[in-house]
Design a protein around this ligand. Structure first.
Ligand code: SAH
Length: 206
C-alpha cells in the first residue's frame, strides 16, 4: 500500500507515510472485508458510510500539515481510521461523528490500539467543536457544498481546513488556509465523499 498507492503518487511527507505504516488498517474495516483492507479504494463500514481510500486519507493528512504541536479537529469519525492517523502525528485530535454507534465502535478500536490523545464527540461536526477551538488543522471526511462557516471560524491563524467541496456526486478536495488578513484557497484534485449531513451543508436537518 505504501509503495504502490501512496509513495508512487504524490505522498512524499515521511511522517505521513510512517503513520500510515504504523496503523493497522485491517482493524478499522468489518471482519468480512479484512483481506481487502489495503485495497486502493474505500470500503463500506455499515450505516451507508465508508472508510476512505488509503490514498485520500494520506493526501488529506499531508495537506493538513499536522505537527507534534497541532490540535486537530476531525469531522466524520466513521471507522476512526483517519482519526488514528492524525493522532499519530498531532498533539491532540478532537473527532466528531453524527452516528453514535460508529463513534462507539471507533472508540473501542482506538482504545485497543492504545491511542489516547483523542477525544470523540457525537454531534454535528459541521458546527465544529468550539470547546477546543481554535484548531491548527481541520479535516472533513464528508462532502459539503461550501466550507461550513463554523469551521472557518474555529481555524487558528496559519491553520488549514481540508474539505471536499462540490455537489453530492463529485467534489474538489479543497484546502483553505487562514492568513492574517483572511483565507487562501487551493485545490488538490477531484474526489468523491459521502455527504456532510447538516443544515450547515447538505440540507438534512440534524
Ligand atoms: N474518516 C472516516 C470516514 C468516514 S465517512 C474514516 O476514516 O473511516 C464520513 C463520516 O461522516 C460518516 O461516518 C458519517 O456518518 C459522518 N458524518 C456525516 N455528516 C456528519 C456531520 N454533520 N457531523 C459529523 N459526522 C458526519
Amino acid at each position: 500500500m505504501l509503495r504502490r498507492h501512496l509513495a508512487a503518487r504524490d505522498i512524499s511527507d515521511r511522517r505521513v507515510l510512517a503513520a500510515m505504516a504504523a496503523i493497522p488498517r485491517e482493524q478499522f474495516v468489518p471482519e468480512h472485508l479484512r483481506e481487502r483492507a489495503y485495497d486502493d479504494g474505500p470500503l463500506p463500514i455499515g450505516y451507508d458510510q465508508t472508510i476512505s481510500q488509503p490514498y485520500i486519507v494520506a493526501l488529506m493528512t499531508q495537506a493538513a500539515r499536522v505537527t507534534r504541536r497541532s490540535v486537530v479537529l476531525d469531522v466524520g469519525t466513521g471507522s476512526g481510521y483517519q482519526t488514528a492517523i492524525l493522532a499519530k502525528l498531532a498533539k491532540h485530535v478532537w473527532s466528531v461523528e453524527r452516528l453514535a454507534s460508529l463513534s462507539e465502535q471507533a472508540a473501542a478500536r482506538l482504545c485497543r490500539l492504545g491511542i489516547d490523545n483523542v477525544t470523540l464527540v457525537v454531534g454535528d461536526g459541521a458546527r465544529g467543536c468550539p470547546e477546543a477551538a481554535p484548531y491548527d488543522a481541520i479535516v472533513v471526511a464528508a462532502a459539503a457544498p461550501s466550507a461550513p462557516r463554523p469551521l472557518l471560524d474555529q481555524l487558528d491563524e496559519g491553520g488549514r481546513l481540508v474539505v471536499p467541496i462540490g455537489d453530492r456526486a463529485l467534489q474538489d478536495l479543497t484546502i483553505i488556509e487562514r492568513t492574517a488578513g483572511g483565507f487562501r484557497t487551493t485545490r488538490a484534485g477531484a474526489c468523491r465523499f459521502v455527504p456532510l449531513l447538516s443544515d450547515e451543508a447538505f440540507g438534512t436537518p440534524f
